[in-house]
Design a protein around this ligand. Sequence first.
Ligand SMILES: [Zn+2]
Length: 126
Amino acid sequence: MALNYFDQHGHLTDEGIARYAEALRQDAVDKLPSAIVQHIEQCEPCHGQALDLYALIADADYSALGALPAPQATVRRLWVVRAAAAAVFVMLSWLAYRLSVPAPPTPPVVKVETPVDTTSQDSPGA
Ligand SMILES: [Zn+2]
């Protein structure tokens, strides 16, 4: 089965990154196609993704599944890594935004009498 490990931009596909992370976990990097290894060594984004994925699958116990888990399971974990990274990025962007924008002047507090809801069933501690 000839898998394409590189996308149209010359970076590793999910399959290629998953292969590398799996090989790291099994201490079998030297058995990988040398094109993958060479690219990983030179490409920071692909290297980072592979290491993130490796950190994730290194903790997982695949021993019950045999030596070689289905590649799709590893590729799915890659998306978990990306979702987590995206969530962190969104949080940091929001934080940076909040810190860079001065808080608006607080409007004068206006007391508004709200009618007490005596029919409320869910008042705590009643
Ligand atoms: Zn790359």
